[in-house]
Design a protein around this ligand. Structure first.
Ligand code: AMP
Length: 438
């Protein structure tokens, strides 16, 4: 990203901060780069997610736990006059103008234009060949905008950086970056470049399952040897078996499905109501983007409610010519509608277990950790507990929700004394040519 573009991104970021932050942000000092060892608050942890991205870290003088955590939708959109919107503002804009928004781009990071995964993707925006991109993969959105995938990611990361800086009251120059364990070198490098373009120097890169294990304090537990981490987010499901020894984790089996997550449950549930509307009103609203958008958002809300109760309502005003949709949805019906998706998640777990050669020795798995927002679904918790013979699973921690566990683990590594973790999870993977990520 050219310097002038980066400045534009950062300015946008400041404009989008909640009003309470603005006074704080205005007082930001551009302090010189702190020298190592780092001080508290000079390094932040960032997690670029497929649907949501988060930042977390310590404050000046707060030695205990990380003191801030902000998450935003991983969305970028462009208004009619070409201004860039990031996070909530982008997602809101997309509800009215889906063609002007970019999301789900984490899946494209580091993948060549000709890669079968890239060719199979289907988004409201166009994936195009871009000569100046190292992978050839570019994004065309809002007709005139032609972007590098890394630059879109950088816009989300720059927004997170801004929010952290506004909280801390000073500039931040360094970041711990978390990435999925299935990311190959090219994707890691692309994520690395995005962090750099956002104005941060990555000081450590850590696999997400390792970060989740850290968030649960498993590195402090000498008895824990094998850990299964299942991450189910909005768009991706990933299972990893880690071996733990003296505070160091190593992945011995991993499997993922890059098109399996909470969004699929929302789509499936919305399809059920589309069918109901067809039957009741003989009308198909499947091509009405705005109504479909509302229906999916409502199904997502109901899905979340069903994680805590047995019945939710799905209601959309005037879904068909002044007629409202107002229907109950039971947890049992939701689970029946999504039966095969739950099965696919368990297949991801089983494949990771087979890869680690522990599928026939499940009792050797000492800890089962669930992370990602979708792991709040009770059916996932039941199925995984059954798979391990009725064992207890860890979901979230007393202090951290499951969808924030990964960035929390990253934040623990941003602490100045985290050198004590000695390259935890990072040093065993040869990354690129020369980068020392520990
Ligand atoms: P993440 O990327 O980890 O933030 O996960 C995002 C996904 O988690 C989205 O599909 C959300 O709809 C889903 N999610 C968040 N909270 C819940 C909940 N309480 N029950 C079920 N799914 C949830």
């Amino acid at each position: 990203m050219a310097n002038s573009d980066r400045i534009a991104v950062l300015l946008i970021c400041l404009q989008l901060l909640p009003s309470g932050f603005l006074g704080h942000a205005a007082a930001l000092m551009d302090s010189p780069l702190p020298s190592r060892p780092f001080r508290l608050g000079s390094v932040i942890a960032v997690r670029l997610g497929n649907t949501r991205s988060c930042v977390s870290g310590y404050g000046n003088g707060h030695a205990g736990a990380p003191v801030f955590r902000f998450c935003i939708p991983s969305w970028v959109a462009f208004s009619d006059d070409g201004a860039a919107l990031v996070g909530e503002a982008a997602k809101d804009h997309a509800a009215a103008n889906p063609q002007a928004a970019v999301f789900g781009f984490k899946r494209l990071l580091g993948k060549t234009f000709g890669h079968e995964d890239v060719q199979r993707e289907s988004f409201p925006y166009k994936i195009v060949y871009k000569e100046t991109s190292s992978t050839g993969t570019g994004i065309q959105v809002a007709k005139k905008q032609l972007l590098h995938v890394e630059d879109v990611a950088a816009m989300v990361l720059a927004e997170l950086k801004c929010r952290a800086e506004a909280f801390l009251g000073h500039k931040v120059h360094y970041a711990v970056l978390t990435v999925p364990s299935y990311f190959r070198d090219a994707s890691r490098l692309a994520a690395f470049d995005a962090v750099t373009s956002a104005g941060l120097e990555p000081v450590r890169i850590i696999d997400e399952p390792t970060a989740a294990a850290l968030a649960h304090g498993l590195h402090e537990n000498e008895i824990t040897k094998n850990v299964l981490v299942l991450h189910v987010g909005g768009g991706t499901a990933e299972a990893t078996v880690l071996v733990h020894e003296d505070g160091v984790f190593e992945a011995i089996g991993t499997w993922h499905d890059a098109h399996l997550g909470g969004d699929d449950f929302d789509r499936r549930t919305a399809n059920h109501f589309l069918q109901l509307i067809r039957e009741k009103h003989s009308v198909d609203i499947g091509n009405d983007t705005a109504k479909l958008w509302k229906l999916r958002a409502e199904c997502e809300r109901a899905k979340k409610e069903l994680s805590d109760r047995d019945v939710a309502r799905v209601s959309v005003n005037s879904i068909v010519d002044g007629v409202d949709l107002f229907e109950p949805l039971t947890r049992a019906k939701f689970e029946e509608l999504n039966h095969d998706l739950f099965g696919r998640i368990m297949s991801v777990v089983d494949k990771a277990m087979v890869g680690s050669e522990l599928a026939e020795k499940k009792e050797l798995v000492d800890e089962i950790v669930l992370v990602g927002g979708s792991s709040r679904m009770p059916r996932i918790q039941e199925l995984i507990s059954d798979y391990f013979g009725g064992r207890q699973v860890r979901i979230g921690t007393a202090a951290v929700e499951p969808d924030e566990a990964v960035v929390h683990g990253g934040a623990l590594l941003s602490h100045p004394t985290a050198g004590g973790y000695e390259c935890l999870g990072g040093e065993r993977r040869q990354f690129g040519a020369s980068t020392d990520l520990c």
